[in-house]
Every structure is written in C-alpha cells, then in structure tokens.
Write a protein that binds this ligand. Structure first.
Ligand SMILES: [Zn+2]
Length: 357
C-alpha cells in the first residue's frame, strides 16, 4: 500500500493488529479547473444546420459514441489540484465547525443532519424557510445576483438567436457559479452548451423564432446528459433531483420563466434509457413535437397554442413514458427581476399553480 495511516500502512478502519494510528477520513478542500465555453459548437459534430426542432438548447444528439463514454464532447481536460496544506484539526474551532477544519461551511451543515439540498440552498444565501422546500430552493438558485444578471441578459429577445448558460456548483462551498453566456449566431436558433459533472442547471431562452415556449424534447434530454457526465466522471456533489432545465422568454409584453426537474430517480433511469437508444430518442422527440402541434385549428388556420396547453401536452407525453417530472413557474416582476417565489404547475390542470409544501 503506497500510502496509509501511519504504521503499518492501512486505510481508515482497516487496521489489522496494533497500529500507531487508527486513521480517519476527512474532507479536504480541492480546487478544480474546468474548460470554459467561449461559444460555438465544441461537441465535434456538425450541427450548424438548423434542423428546425424549435430551439433545443442542445446540439448534442445524445447518441452514445462508441469511441468512449464522453459522447465525443467535452474533450477539454480536467485539472485537479489538491490543497492538503491544512488537514490538521484547528485549535480553536468556531461554533458550528463540526469537522474541525476551522471554517463553518456546507460540510458542517450536512454533518449537523441537514439534507445536501438544504445546505446547498443555505450556502447560496437562501433563508431557512426557503431552503425547506423545493420551490424555495429554486428561488435561491435563481436569486443569486450573478445568475440574475445573466437571466436578464438571456431574456432580451435577440430575434432568432437563443442564448444559453449553465450553472455549476463549487464542490467545496456549494456555491452556484454561472458560466459565460453563449449566444448562437450561426443563423440557426440553437445555442449549445457543454455540461459536466458539477453542472446543476442549464438556462436558455426561447426567442421569437421558437414557436413553442415550453421545453423541447432536447431541453429535457439535456438533464440526463448531465447525469451521464456525473456517472462518467464518477463523483459529484450535484444532487440528481436538483438538476434543472430553465427556459426564459420575453416576447412583446409577455414574459415567462419556467423550470423543469425530475420527481424521482426512477424517472432519470427511464429517460437515460430513452437517450441512449437512437430509435427511442427519435420517437421521444417526435412525440413532444407532435403534441405541441395539437392546437392547430384547421378551420381557421391558426395555432391556438398557449403556455398552459403546451404544459398539458408535455405532461401527457411524460406520463405516457412513466416520467415523473414537474414544471415550475416563477412569480416575479419582469421589469426588475425581483423574484417572489416559484410554484409548481399542477399536472391535472396546468392553469393552476400550487406552492410547494
Ligand atoms: Zn429549449
């Protein structure tokens, strides 16, 4: 064993016989360096052709690449620097410092018996009340100043161009870190962004050129692309059920800001299965696209679609697939982006918004 806890070398809790130290596991701070997106398409595929699937926010075809687990995307390398300069117990731990590393942080929050979701929310400035439920935790995610200013930029309608950014989590502090905004300017309405194992959300716009403002099939499949990244990488502090796709739009005087998440882990497995099967993935995309087109009125030649109708259609398709997912809608002042709260869109009547309990 090349390294171990004193003599004879052993892993913590695995000492056979007399040892000079029992050894213990401890969280240590690490710094990770991730490749940045500066726009464009870095997934190695050619998706500059507009396939006209109404704004996907994901140029990834989702089909596993036989050459490797990474789908041929995200070929940037990961650099990990481990800072072990202060693994010692400190002499005078401040109140609440349960792991004795001299700082009161997200690890102490978890150690005192709170859920990782709650602690992540607290680490980003959420109140105890907000962090106690899912709607409040979405508020914390969307209310971080650096994220809110990007949301305001993204919502500005830029004609046919989608804008997109992702939100990563600092694995030590739990802080939400927005990436730079990518704006598609290839003449298509797709903006693509790569995701990785610390990505917790993707935020994008559905500008004028995107007819149906609700989530496209690709928007939803993007959620399991993140899951795939986490599984490929093997370790992450991202909570699967916190992985969020958000869409924002501003058209004439109407505004919208929606989020979608999984309700349970089984649904993630179901959608991973769909994503990893070319035929099933095609079918899933077709089903959602067709569902949105259901409100075309053949006698008046107009599309009588509304956001609520689109949400109802989306819920129907998801239910057919056994996918338990919830759409959330924000209550906010669209002018100054003062976010009041988030509500769930009722699955039985999408005109009804229900607060989280
Ligand atoms: Zn989209």
């Amino acid at each position: 064993m090349p390294c171990g806890c004193a003599t004879p070398p052993h892993a913590p809790g695995e000492c056979n016989g007399p040892c000079s130290s029992p050894g213990y596991w401890e969280m240590i701070p690490t710094y990770q360096c991730f490749p940045f997106d500066f726009g464009g398409n870095n997934d190695g595929s050619n998706n500059s052709t507009n396939t006209n699937d109404n704004g996907t926010g994901d140029g990834d075809d989702g089909v596993p690449n036989p050459n490797g687990p990474n789908d041929g995307e995200d070929d940037g390398s990961y650099t990990t620097i481990v800072d072990d300069s202060n693994p010692e117990q400190c002499d005078n731990p401040p109140p609440g410092d349960l792991n004795g590393d001299c700082v009161v942080d997200i690890k102490d929050c978890i150690l005192s018996g709170n859920s990782p979701e709650f602690c992540e929310c607290k680490a980003n400035g959420g109140s105890d009340t907000d962090c106690a439920n899912e709607c409040g935790r979405l508020k914390a995610l969307s209310d971080v100043p650096s994220i809110k200013s990007k949301l305001q930029t993204v919502q500005q309608d830029s004609g046919n161009h989608e804008k997109i950014f992702r939100i990563d989590i600092n694995s030590n502090t739990g802080e939400y870190l927005p990436s730079p905004i990518i704006e598609d300017n290839n003449g298509s309405n797709h903006a693509n962004i790569s995701v990785h194992h610390q990505t917790t959300a993707v935020v994008h716009s559905h500008p004028t050129s995107v007819k149906y403002k609700m989530f496209s099939a690709d928007d939803i499949l993007k959620l399991v692309q993140i899951v795939q990244r986490i599984q490929d990488f093997g370790v992450s502090t991202v909570q699967y059920l916190n992985i969020t796709q958000m869409v924002v739009y501003r058209e004439n005087n109407t505004f919208g800001f929606f989020a979608i998440r999984f309700d349970d882990i089984q649904s993630i497995q179901v959608l991973l299965h769909v994503r990893n099967n070319k035929r099933k993935q095609r079918e899933f995309k077709r089903r959602i696209k067709n569902a949105y087109q259901n409100d075309w009125n053949y006698s008046t030649y107009t599309d009588e679609t509304t956001i609520s109708k689109q949400q109802a259609h989306l819920y129907e398709v998801l239910e057919d697939y056994g996918l338990n997912m919830t759409i959330f809608e924000v209550n906010f002042n669209a002018e100054d982006w003062n976010i009041d709260s988030w509500d769930k869109v009722d699955k039985n009547d999408t005109t009804i918004k229900i607060p989280c309990t």
